[in-house]
Ligand binder design. Structure first.
Ligand SMILES: Cc1ncc(COP(=O)(O)O)c(C=O)c1O
Length: 398
């Protein structure tokens, strides 16, 4: 009998279910957070990969930090009036997901404190869990983390890092306000805590004015910031980036070397070629127009079909809308016992998105990878079954 390491816990956090639902043609799945299949720039990527293989790529090992010319382009892409970044501040990763793992690996001993937004991104919890942290949940309100609650935690507990998704948060779609960005940085400085900023949805804004990233406002090297090509080009590339001060970037780069040596030379070269030859901002704008429409279809259908006892967020971008049902409802049980069978609709139930409180009355809905008519139909079916179920007196037993 093989004995796993103590840190490996039996895990059924629902991640596998998400992929199962996404692949079931009988279901309308709002569960996965996939970009739209039709919107990948296939022809451009094909040209970029061809060029990468024939002209540029030496097919040899390179450095753990990643292709310098691509790091320079990313630095330019994320630079703002507030702050200019350089290639030396950037480590290329296998998606933002690897940045989550590397940061936790660098900073956490078993039992160390990690603050997360509640609810938060399930994949981040999967990455952090391996390092056995003690989680502290900070409630999310419309303009981001409840900073009073955060301060109470920082006053009474030792925390290694604060994990936040400031733009179009997964799963709620909430965005941290500008005032709170400044206040969060002040707290990080006062209590000398690292902020892990995870920002894969940052450029997917459908309305309102873009806000500066935490990294761009950070003057004291308290922020590790993650970006990704997954949602703006393709998740299949497995390419993202991490921005940090040299004293953090050096050990993180060493950890990446031990982890996977480097990101794929072929992919790094192809994306570098793509960014030289094509206008990624125009591509993102086109995606935003399509996603904005899909979100409007979803919000309109939610307003029309959901019972009044169900609240929902109204994001300005990103991939997700979050529903809050009456507190006594367990949306996981509801999904398995009623919704999958009667509505033929799937979603992500909230319990596993709260690592401490396991609040079960939330639902994450994704709108990006479905046709507009399918979104309308799926919300209609979900709304009808929720209306029936919530009206039944016995729903509290679900
Ligand atoms: C908040 C958040 N962080 C990180 C990731 C992982 O992204 P990547 O594909 O870049 O690893 C996701 C993917 O859905 C996400 O939603």
């Amino acid at each position: 009998m093989v004995k796993f390491a103590n840190r490996i816990q039996p895990c059924d956090n629902g991640l596998n279910d998400i992929f199962t639902y996404a692949n079931d043609p009988a279901l309308i799945s709002f569960a996965a957070g996939y970009p739209n299949n039709q919107l990948f720039p296939r022809a451009a990527l094909q040209t970029a990969f061809n060029a990468s293989l024939t002209e540029r790529c030496n097919l040899q090992y390179s450095t753990a930090a990643g292709l310098p010319s691509l790091r320079a382009k990313i630095a330019q892409h994320i630079s703002t009036a507030q702050r200019q970044f350089t290639a030396e501040q950037i480590l290329l990763t296998q998606g933002a997901q690897q940045g989550l793992d590397l940061t936790a690996k660098l900073l956490l001993n078993p039992g160390d404190g990690v603050v997360v937004e509640a609810p938060t991104y399930l994949g981040a919890l999967s990455a952090f869990d391996a390092y056995q942290p003690t989680y502290y949940e900070v409630p999310l309100i419309a303009d981001g983390m409840d900073l009073n609650a955060l301060q109470k935690i920082l006053l009474t507990h030792t925390v290694k890092f604060i994990y936040t998704i400031p733009d179009f948060q997964n799963p709620t779609g909430c965005t941290l306000s500008l005032a709170k960005r400044h206040a969060l940085l002040r707290l990080a400085q006062r209590y000398d805590v690292i902020i892990l900023e995870d920002n894969p949805y940052r450029e997917l804004r459908f309305s309102g004015t873009p806000l500066p990233s935490l990294a761009s406002l950070d003057t004291t090297n308290h922020v590790i910031s993650l970006g990704s090509f997954s949602k703006i080009l393709s998740p299949g590339l497995r390419l993202g980036w991490l921005v940090a001060a040299p004293e953090l970037l050096e050990p993180l780069t060493a950890l990446k070397l031990g982890n996977d040596v480097q990101s794929s030379t072929l992919v790094m070269n192809a994306v570098d070629h793509y960014l030289t030859t094509y206008d990624i901002k125009a591509h993102i704008n086109a995606m935003n127009r399509a996603y904005a429409k899909k979100m409007t279809v979803m919000l309109t259908a939610l307003a029309r079909y959901l019972p009044a006892t169900v609240a929902f967020t109204k994001p300005c971008g990103g991939f997700f809308v979050y529903l809050t049902l009456p507190a006594e409802i367990d949306t996981g049980q509801l999904l398995k016992q009623v919704i999958l069978r009667d509505a033929k609709v799937a979603y992500v139930p909230s319990a596993s998105l709260f690592p401490v409180s396991h609040q079960a009355n939330g639902i994450r809905l994704n709108f990006t990878n479905l046709a507009n008519e399918t979104i309308e139909l799926g919300v209609k079916r979900l709304g009808q079954i929720l209306t029936q179920t919530l009206h039944q007196k016995h729903y509290a037993k679900l």
